[in-house]
Design a protein around this ligand. Sequence first.
Ligand code: C5P
Length: 322
Amino acid sequence: NGALGEIWDDNMSSTMLGKRLRKVVQNYQAMNKYGVQYSGSEGAAGRPKLSGPELLCQLKQMVQVMTITPDMEPFSGLSWASQLPPRPLTADVGPFKNCAVVSSAGSLKSSGLGKEIDSHDAVVRFNAAPTAGFEKDVGSKTTMRLINSQVMAAEDHHFLSSSLYSSGILVGWDPAPYSSDLNEWYNKTDYPIFKQYQRYRRLHPQQPFYILHPRVEWQLWERIQDNMAEPIQKNPPSSGLMGTVIMMSLCEVVHMYEFLPSRRKTELCHYYQRFSDAACTLGAYHPLLYEKNLVKRMNQGLDRDIYTYGRVTLPGFSTFNC
Ligand code: C5P
């Protein structure tokens, strides 16, 4: 690749991590908090690697973007079910032509990508990632914000009152036990997502707010594990990858920014915080390293665009047949 600097190697493995991080990843691999039991081709080394188009087809066919609707049990029997959107996200939102998924990586700092990001028909951001004060690098448009239940519940995020969350479509998610139905999840959420959801809806009844069906997380997890040569963390994929798959089902073209690090690669965790940890980019709890391998294999853009802009190009599900 000569003049082109180093970009993400799609064969990244936990053995390439530093000692400390490797240990953390190993611990998560062993912990299995969500009771994952997967008998696919887990860690089957030597299996032929699928091509980008084959991986895209797997995603399209095996990951179904679903949200919770009031007709689903146990919600149908609960008084607050009427606060849930009557129709699924995919029926209400889009379709869009071009979409931008903005990771929260520190390498967005000084990227100057704001205008490019804002030029998309829809822009997705994550958790507590702000635009105010960072417009030049990350833009100012927010069509959708994917938030995890920890952000929804933690005191210091002020989820109910902060203006950070009050524009755009909200999509909340919480890790469910692997093989659970909605009933089991309802009684065993990681954080009190439903309590916070009800409170938020009362305060902001006009803002669209969906809850992701936890099946999506694990369907996506299986696609990652199935295509890696080693066992991955038995935890849900990161928000970044989930937001990308959501947008692939709503958009013709999806651009992800700084999910695969550009030449600005840094240990700075988030562009909006002064905190550094390589785990933010390489993953500890989330199987982020493997998510990035998968995304690198599916990328339809140039390696140079990753290097210069941190930009990956993925086709929307509606644009290809399998
Ligand atoms: O940290 P948080 O989950 O809010 O960040 C949003 C997403 O951006 C992550 O889920 C991950 O996919 C991506 N990210 C990254 N590298 C970082 C920070 C975030 O790839 N350093």
